[in-house]
Write a protein that binds this ligand. Structure first.
Ligand code: NAD
Length: 492
């Protein structure tokens, strides 16, 4: 149990300047704000800024700017030249890291220690990593020997969610630019501010106008963008529901797509695992970013013989988590990103209790204003409960048990999703066997939620298709089809 009170340790919000209102970033410049909507701080519901709702004409202009930039400049640059821009962007992100961390925390609600130590450094790492690939694509083994060198698709439409706004932007923009594509990106409607600050970084890096365009708005803007006839490729991260809509809308067109969708990962703990280490992994797996993580370890599968011990130690550990002001450097859990998300979490947990699960949360006082949900453990969950099958996307862990490795695999794979999984055991041979059996794009062994730009990430089944990161992630952004008019050297 916590024995010390922590003194407040707030990060200063003065390090970042937030404009009253923002236009769109198209063709290298910001437009005048129009048809705006507010973006709020979910920790206290205060309005941070007004951002523009891009309509179909704005989407047209952004796609046209990206097309001009592709055909006029970017598609003709050598890989080495493109790489220089990516290195420049990466370094500016590092230099302005504190600004980005504070802005992300204000707009998203996640704790400053996560934006400072995970989101922003990993975003910069993605630009550094892909900068290194820009002039080596010919040697990346993306094509069979003798095939033409890989080249860019052209204009890429990118639509991202609110849970890792800057990091998802980096996952999308860095490989697209490294491979010679130009971009129109739409951030989520509740978290547009770091993408708009990134637009300033593009200006600061002297990126040619139109190579990156950032348009804000809700799902209607996203739909107009992905359905635009002059888009060559779509990269989408978000819900399975919207992913399916996009897949349907592009059927019969020549557009390429990668879809990174939802998940319901199993975090599997065997009786020979070091329990305290596993408990840390369980906490990191489901309470990092308030559980609003597509690959969150939201189903704990624990071997029956150690269930009571693991749950006891887990509850003790959860009693030490600090939930509160995301700008406080000591906060472990911050606010839920939106009222709608909070309602979704609340109703699913209520459904879990109604179906027979036992609900437990540590004692914690939640702030009066803003969107908050306490860390929650549901025990006595069975495989048919909604909390075991549906993505909650919140700080809620469903606990199930198993007796044999075969049963663990069967239960872990008993989901419509297939994004990630975790295995905790001392036995190396069991880790390899489990990794082979689990239908998940990423399997972590004796760790969880580790992200690295060199490692491909993506799903099976309803978690989507395509990979992001690593050499595999480049594949989605290149083609070896015969080159049209420009840029036979686009991806070199
Ligand atoms: P969402 O699908 O509602 O929204 C995602 C983005 O799509 C937003 O920018 C939104 O404006 C846009 N959008 C909405 N309707 C659209 C449409 N018809 N056409 C085009 N764009 C549209 O999802 P969300 O609630 O913002 O995010 C949470 C979901 O994202 C969760 O299910 C989570 O698992 C998933 N997610 C997946 C990954 C991954 O890498 N697999 C990463 C983060 C989040």
């Amino acid at each position: 149990m916590p024995t010390f009170e922590y003194a407040p340790a707030p990060e200063s919000r003065a390090v970042v300047t937030i404009e009253k209102s923002y236009g769109l970033f198209v063709d290298g410049a910001f437009t005048r704000p129009k048809a705006t909507f507010p973006t709020i701080n979910p920790a206290d519901e205060s309005v941070l800024a007004e951002v523009s709702q891009a309509g179909p004409k704005d989407v047209d202009k952004a796609v046209a700017a990206a097309r001009r930039a592709y055909e006029g400049v970017w598609g003709r640059l050598s890989g080495a030249e493109r790489g220089k821009y990516l290195f420049r962007i990466a370094r500016i992100l590092q230099e302005r890291a504190r600004e980005f961390a504070v802005l992300e925390t204000l707009d998203n609600g996640k704790p400053i220690k996560e934006t400072r130590d995970v989101d922003v450094p990993t975003a910069a790492a993605h630009f550094f990593y892909h900068a290194g690939w820009a002039d080596k694509l010919e040697y990346a083994g993306l094509t069979p020997s003798g095939a033409p060198v890989p080249r860019a698709h052209g204009v890429v439409a990118q639509v991202i969610p609110w849970n890792f706004p800057l990091l998802m932007l980096a996952w999308k923009v860095a490989p697209a630019l490294a491979t010679g594509n130009t971009v129109v990106l739409k951030p989520a409607e509740t978290t547009p501010l770091t993408a708009l600050l990134f637009a300033e970084v593009c200006q600061q890096a002297d990126l040619p106008a139109g190579v990156v365009n950032i348009i804000t708005g809700d799902g209607r803007t996203g739909q107009a963008l992905v359905e635009h006839p002059d888009v060559d490729k779509i990269a989408f991260t978000g819900s399975t529901e919207v992913g399916k809509l996009i897949a349907r809308s592009i059927a019969g067109t020549a557009k390429k797509a990668t879809l990174e969708l939802g998940g319901k990962a199993a975090n599997i703990v065997f009786d020979d695992a070091p329990v305290d280490q596993a408990v840390e992994g369980i906490v990191n797996g489901i309470f990092f970013n308030q559980g609003q993580v597509c690959c969150a370890g939201s189903r704990l599968l624990v071997q029956e013989s150690i269930h009571d011990e693991v749950v006891k130690r887990l509850k003790r550990r959860l009693g030490t988590l600090r939930v509160g002001d995301p700008m406080d450097k000591n906060s472990d859990l911050g606010a839920i990103n939106s009222k709608a998300q909070l309602e979704r979490i609340t109703s699913l947990v209520e459904a879990g209790v109604a179906e027979g699960a036992e609900r437990w949360s540590p004692e914690c006082t939640l702030p009066g204003k803003g969107f908050w949900f306490p860390p929650t453990v549901l025990t006595g969950v069975s495989q048919t409960h909604r909390v075991a099958t549906e993505e909650i996307f919140g700080p809620v862990l469903s606990v199930l048990t198993f007796r044999t490795p075969q049963e663990a695999v069967a239960k872990a794979n008993n989901t419509a999703y297939g994004l990630s999984a975790g295995v905790w055991t001392e036995k190396g041979s069991r880790i390899l066997w489990m990794a082979d059996q689990l239908r998940a794009g990423v399997v972590w062994a004796n760790t969880f939620n580790r992200f690295d730009p060199t490692s491909p990430f993506g799903g099976y089944k309803e978690s989507g298709y395509g990979r992001e990161g690593g050499r595999h992630g480049l594949d989605a952004y290149v083609t070896t089809a015969t080159a049209p008019s420009i840029a036979s050297g686009a991806a070199r």
